[in-house]
Structures are given as structure tokens and as C-alpha cells.
Design a protein around this ligand. Structure first.
Ligand code: MG
Length: 398
């Protein structure tokens, strides 16, 4: 806590948001061990208590959702958390994980099912060990919600299996993998929003926009987690991109000639292409609480991309935005106009950091331009893009 305060001491608004957020979190935090909770709480209370434990960022926004959606989204989160912790548990044999991933959706028909000793953290293991309570709460959800959740779980499990023993090489595969683990979440959530009647049916039908919402978040995490994933001997950066700058992925962190920064910025540019879709999606959301639920992760993502852009620290440690900044964004992302402003601010921050000699600078600037409000006074990005395109035409002609 002291570190968080020190980090934000120059930003009074962040300190205030940190204080408010801490107060809110303390009120909801259940401190007893998960196994004890499983014995004492009913199924749905257990699910919310575990949600607080396994999801630092989502628990609060899920609790604020309208009643028609709250339990379904809480269960959706826990089901996918269960699936993901099976995928990530590299200590368990691949065959065991593959079988579980393939059949996980079917377990939700068996009210007594649980599994011991699987999960890549203690909390995740305990979630799976007491999974019968998740299933019992799941079976009480509206049937159309159950169907959406299980269909997502089925497709995601199959997708995870496909990539369990192979690396992400081509950009197509990178998009496909991110689509399985995050795009499907966006699609499933949109279907839940429409099915609950809180959003119109077009939201649930537009799979492309929902997929982009997931890809923007997932790619941001993958970029930020370079160091952590390398230590855990996992890689999600696509070879088709990093191979242009280095002969191995781990070599990137030692390069002193700017190639690693170019590689990093290349990946960030690839993620930024989804930003425009995210704004379009958010503009279509009517319910204020559904809006906040969708917008908060997206503003965190654009802030993270601004933090990691041209930032070589990514190769040495896990770079994160200040907790105070995160807290401030949580309280700011209430309306489309506010979110648009946040996207604009961080887009301009990134724009200002584009190195002159960056091979992707034109593309980076053109994606950023889509995130800046047309009526805005800032014309810099337009000018920059025009200048670049003229230079490139000139280079091609000569
Ligand atoms: Mg995973």
C-alpha cells in the first residue's frame, strides 16, 4: 500500500481514487480460507467469495452489474477461470490437461464433479477442488444463459487443446489463439447481454466487434507479460513478428541496437488495430452498468499499451500501470464520451513516443488516428500520417 501511495504522490486525483477503491475492496473481502468457505456458504455465496479471491479486477465490476446478469457473468467468469487454470497448469501432463479441456463443458451436467491437484495457483486449485458448488449454482441460471456459457466453454476448451503442445508462429495463429481464449469471451458476454434483454439483439449478433474487444485485451496482456511468460517457459509472441528482429525470443531482451524496441512496438501496433472496434462496440452499449463492465478493462488496456510502448523495461520485468492510475480510470470510465477521451489521451501519449526510425511508425500512427475524436483540436496525428505516407510513396518510387 505504501508503495502504491508513493508511486502516485504527484497525482492527487489518483490518491483519492486509490483511497476510495481500497475502502470498497476492504468491505467486500472475505478472508477465510476457500475450503472453509466451501463448507459454510451456500453455492452462490461461495461463488462470489471465490470470485473476490481469483479475480482482482473483475469482482467489483461484476458485483455492480444489473441483477438479470450478475450471477450469470459471475459463473461465466468462474467456469472460464477453471478452464484456464487447467490450460496453464504446466506441471500436469499434457494428455491429462487435453482430456479435461475437451470435456470440461460436459462436467456441468454432473452436480458432484470436482477435480483435485490441478490448477496453477493455490486459489485456482481450491476452486477446482470445490467445483461442485460452482456447478450447483450454474444449474440454477436461466437455461439460455447456461447454453451460452457451455457453448463458449466447449469452443474455448477445444481451441486451448489445439495450442497445448505447439507454439504460436504465424500472425494468423496468434489471432486464432487470442480468439479462442479471449474473443470467445467477448462473444459469449455479448450474447448474455442481449439474452438478458438489457442490450438489443444486435450486440449479441456482431461477433466481429465482440471478438475485437477480447483480442485487444488479450494481446495487451501477452505483450506486457513477455518477461513473466519467458520465466515460466511459455511463449505467446508470434514468431512471424519477433523473427523479423531476433533469432530467438529470449535473445530480444539482450539486444542493444534498438531491434527489441522495434519488435515491441510492432506487436503494440498489431494490438492497436483492434482499438477502433472497441470504441464502436462501446458506443453501442446502452445500459450504464453493462457499459462500465465492458469499458473498464478496455481503458486499462489502452493505458497499459501507452505505458509499454517503446519501453524496454518490458524485457526485464512485468511493467504495470500505477495502481493509482488504474483506480482513477475505474472511476472515470462511466460514459462513452469519457472513455473516448481516455482513449484519445493515451493514443496521443503513444503517438508522441513513436521513434523517428521505427519501421512501423506509419501504421502505428494510422491506427492511433482512429482513436482520436475527429472534432478534436489535435491534428498532429493527421499531419504525421500524411507526412509518412508521402515519404513512403517517395521511397517506393525511387
Ligand atoms: Mg491460459
Amino acid at each position: 500500500m505504501i508503495f502504491m501511495l508513493l508511486e502516485s504522490w504527484r497525482y492527487p486525483e489518483e490518491l483519492k481514487s486509490l483511497y476510495l477503491l481500497k475502502k470498497r475492496q476492504e468491505r467486500s473481502k472475505e478472508k477465510r480460507p476457500i475450503n472453509e468457505l466451501a463448507k459454510e456458504l451456500d453455492d452462490i455465496s461461495f461463488c462470489y467469495a471465490v470470485l473476490d479471491r481469483v479475480s482482482r479486477s473483475f469482482a467489483a465490476v461484476i458485483r455492480q452489474l444489473p441483477e438479470e446478469l450478475r450471477d450469470s457473468v459471475c459463473l461465466f467468469y468462474l467456469v472460464l477461470r477453471g478452464l484456464d487454470s487447467i490450460e496453464d497448469d504446466t506441471k500436469t501432463a499434457i494428455e491429462v490437461r487435453a482430456e479435461l479441456l475437451r470435456t470440461f463443458h460436459l462436467k456441468h451436467n454432473d452436480p458432484n464433479w470436482s477435480v483435485s491437484g490441478i490448477g496453477d495457483s493455490n486459489d485456482y486449485r481450491l476452486l477446482l477442488e470445490n467445483y461442485q458448488l460452482v456447478i450447483s449454482a450454474f444449474q440454477k441460471l436461466p437455461l439460455d444463459h447456461q447454453k451460452i456459457i457451455l457453448s463458449t466453454c466447449d469452443q474455448m476448451g477445444a481451441g486451448m487443446c489445439k495450442y497445448l503442445d505447439r507454439e504460436v508462429n504465424q500472425i494468423d495463429e496468434y489471432d486464432e489463439y487470442c480468439g479462442y481464449v479471449a474473443g470467445l469471451v467477448g462473444i459469449g458476454l455479448s450474447q448474455l447481454f442481449s439474452s438478458s434483454g438489457l442490450e438489443n439483439s444486435a450486440v449479441g449478433r456482431n461477433e466481429e466487434l465482440s471478438n475485437s474487444m477480447g483480442l485487444f485485451l488479450q494481446k495487451t496482456n501477452i505483450i506486457r507479460d513477455y518477461h513473466e511468460d519467458l520465466l515460466a517457459e511459455r511463449t505467446f509472441w508470434p514468431r512471424e513478428i519477433w523473427g523479423q528482429y531476433s533469432s530467438t525470443l529470449s535473445e530480444l531482451k539482450g539486444l542493444k541496437d534498438g531491434r527489441s524496441t522495434q519488435c515491441l512496438n510492432h506487436l503494440i501496433t498489431d494490438a492497436l488495430q483492434h482499438g477502433g472496434d472497441c470504441l464502436t462496440y462501446l458506443k453501442s452499449i446502452k445500459n450504464p452498468m453493462v457499459f462500465r463492465f465492458c469499458a473498464i478493462p478496455q481503458v486499462m488496456a489502452i493505458a497499459t499499451l501507452a505505458e509499454v510502448f517503446s519501453n524496454d523495461e518490458v524485457f526485464r520485468k512485468n511493467v504495470k500501470i500505477r495502481k493509482g492510475l488504474a483506480a482513477k480510470l475505474i472511476f472515470q470510465a462511466n460514459t462513452y464520451q469519457e472513455v473516448q477521451k481516455i482513449f484519445e489521451k493515451f493514443s496521443i501519449d503513444i503517438f508522441k513516443k513513436i521513434p523517428k526510425n521505427d519501421p512501423n511508425s506509419y501504421l502505428t500512427a494510422s491506427y492511433l488516428r482512429r482513436l482520436v475524436n475527429k472534432q478534436s483540436k489535435i491534428k498532429e496525428i493527421d499531419l504525421f500520417s500524411k507526412e509518412r505516407s508521402m515519404l513512403e510513396k517517395h521511397a517506393m518510387a525511387s
